[in-house]
Design a protein around this ligand. Sequence first.
Ligand SMILES: NC(=O)c1ccc[n+]([C@@H]2O[C@H](COP(=O)([O-])OP(=O)(O)OC[C@H]3O[C@@H](n4cnc5c(N)ncnc54)[C@H](OP(=O)(O)O)[C@@H]3O)[C@@H](O)[C@H]2O)c1
Length: 351
Amino acid sequence: MAPIPKGGTVAVTGAAGFIGGWTVKRLLSRGYRVRACVRDTGNDSRVGFLKAMPGYASGRLTLHSADLDNDGCFDDIFRGCHGVAHISHVSNYEDHRYVERVCNHMITSVNLSQSVTRVIVTSSVAAVMSEMDLEELVRRPVLYEGRYPDASNPKRTPSSQGYSMGKLIAENAFAEAAAESGLWEAITCCPADNVGPILSAHQKDYGPWQHNIETMLTGKYDQNWVYRPWFPVDVRDNADCHIGLLESIQVANAERYIAWSTDAVDVADICARIAIVLPELSFAVSEPVEVHPDRLQAREERYRSNWAGCDLRNDRIRAVTGITFRSFDESLRDCVESLLAVADITPVVRK
Ligand SMILES: NC(=O)c1ccc[n+]([C@@H]2O[C@H](COP(=O)([O-])OP(=O)(O)OC[C@H]3O[C@@H](n4cnc5c(N)ncnc54)[C@H](OP(=O)(O)O)[C@@H]3O)[C@@H](O)[C@H]2O)c1
């Protein structure tokens, strides 16, 4: 078991995505060799930005078609890699037998490789704090790595909490398999709300944070679930966290690390902030569209107070990676500029 060597080879799943794309870019800039795993290497609307990276021209970056739904798809790709950053989504978070199956075939590929010494499993803060009863936040307000959603709540089911539960299944499956193997380690990274520049136009539709910022720019956005503030992490910092965890000599199998700046921002404040960080835009700030039934709106003040009482921690990831998180203003500004420049979004402007 060991951290990966500087300049070693890393396979990145979900490499065409927002976080995966940035992880590829940052790995290359730090001198690594990268095997970018995407579903379709021929789909240039999704992978063209990877092919445009200078490392692709030299061969330091290679692209590989791998659909997680196909058992064994990573056998050849992982062979010879030192590390794996498993960042991609899966096709279905609600079907937990499917989630387990995907973990198992990926684990088999890691074991077969005989070369991988560390796997970073991208989980989510949803696996830390996704509560069916928001009063749970009052009972356990410290949001840190040792906290898990209340599993005893009868409403925590695959249909309502599939994402959070599926992420925990993956965290545990990789950690247990690594312990059994003894040849590699699985470290979990739990990112929060990724904001920052998109690298390709298709990334504006995912996230969902960059898509929410797009809706602010076009004048029609909402608070897309019962009230919770945004807990941002810049996507570039998140990529650096993943790389830091691959490199760190201080981490151990089965540990999890939350990647967030510990800022908390209200959705309406984010829209207003666009006009402040980019006065040149003459951006017309709007109010969120109310999409919730009255019964949920009536509870919003209570939810605000529950969240306001939470204590967000990032001590652990700062200690093992040395990361300093960017300001939200910088992430927001760069996200907006990329939406205009890369995805051709036209903002609503003041008359
Ligand atoms: N964005 C956030 O704020 C956030 C927060 C917490 C955790 N996360 C986690 O971070 C990871 C990446 O998120 P993201 O925002 O970068 O997502 P994204 O932009 O939607 O990218 C996800 C990638 O997953 C790949 N994928 C989906 N199903 C797949 C399958 N069956 N086989 C192979 N690849 C598949 C897609 O690959 P193709 O493009 O090749 O089809 C896609 O590029 C996810 O695991 C997510 O749960 C994200």
